[in-house]
Design a protein around this ligand. Structure first.
Ligand code: FES
Ligand SMILES: [Fe+2]
Length: 301
């Protein structure tokens, strides 16, 4: 991906396959440059073919008189920018003009936003999202941080559905020794969970006695059936902690999750049954039912 600085007078992300149509070299080894007219071009690192923002080759340096024909081109995908990330529909055919998916609205969250990642993880996107929705692991995986091994019980909670069928928990409470980057003492923390899409979810949390209001979104992009790339977006009204402290907190938490996530077999989420379910797994059950209804096939079995 590179930025076309000429498009509409502002930088617009251009997404190309990472493969040159000439001899298949990785285009990410190339260079983004401006031509003498100010157009932004990507120059392949192998033989120097140059491609414009449409993906069309505009120059073959070894044959300077050649007008590159239409098939000297790479298939760019159109992009949208939202929530600090660039979005594309990788399933779209070349020439489609816009991504055809809805991006969830998050207008109600605190204004300070940090993006952590990407994290490349050797498990499916649904396994990663289900872990994000799971509270019963706090006491073991995040002991001393999000949970306490002396109190592993999960209080009863209710799962509701949004109008369009996405599972939510409007209120869940957890005792957390250190629930945020700025917390000094353990306290009860109120949580709200919402599945945003098959591969994304939101949690909002706030200490009952002190501390900032925090919200985290997991954006999981399936890279294969059994691997994914994750970003975490963090929205907070914590104005005291530095970006670095907030980043380090989340990286620490996720470094505790990752070995467990990557150990799970099958790596795809078994939405058709086959895993034991405790009463505390109500949200996992609802998420699996939602995935079945949504018709997704990548990352599930
Ligand atoms: S492989 Fe890209 S220019 Fe030859
Ligand atoms: Fe976790």
């Amino acid at each position: 991906m590179w930025l076309d600085t000429q498009a509409q007078g502002r930088a617009v992300p251009v997404l190309m396959p990472n493969q040159c149509p000439h001899r298949g070299a990785r285009l990410s080894l190339g260079t983004v440059k401006q031509d003498s007219d100010g157009n932004t071009l990507l120059r392949c690192g192998y033989h120097g073919w140059q491609f414009g923002a449409s993906g069309q080759c505009v120059s073959v340096p070894s044959s300077p008189q050649l007008a590159p024909p239409a098939n000297f081109a790479v298939a760019c995908l159109s992009t949208r920018t939202a929530h600090g990330l660039v979005w594309a529909n990788l399933g779209l055919k070349h020439g489609a003009t816009a991504p055809t998916f809805d991006i969830p609205r998050l207008d109600h969250l605190p204004a300070r936003r940090l993006i952590y990642g990407p994290f490349d993880v050797a498990t499916s996107a649904p396994r990663a999202v289900e872990n994000f929705l799971d509270t019963a692991h706090f006491a073991y995986v995040h002991e001393g941080w999000l949970g306490d091994a002396a109190h592993p019980e999960v209080p009863p909670y209710e799962v509701t559905l949004t109008d369009d069928g996405r599972p939510c928990i409007e209120r869940y409470q957890a005792w957390q020794p250190r629930g945020s980057a700025s917390s000094q003492n353990g306290e009860w923390v109120d949580y709200r969970y919402e599945v945003l899409s098959p591969y994304s979810a939101l949690l909002e949390k706030q200490g009952q006695t002190a501390g900032p209001k925090d919200a985290y979104v997991i954006w999981a992009c399936p890279t294969t059936d059994t691997t994914c790339r994750l970003w975490f977006a963090h929205y907070t009204d914590d104005t005291d902690s530095t970006d670095e402290a907030l980043h380090d907190f989340q990286v620490t938490i996720f470094s505790q999750d990752q070995p467990i996530l990557e150990s799970q077999r099958p790596a795809q989420l078994p939405i058709g049954g086959g895993e034991a379910m405790a009463p505390s797994d109500k949200l996992s059950l609802a998420y699996r039912r939602y995935l079945r209804g949504s018709g997704v096939t990548c990352g599930v079995c």
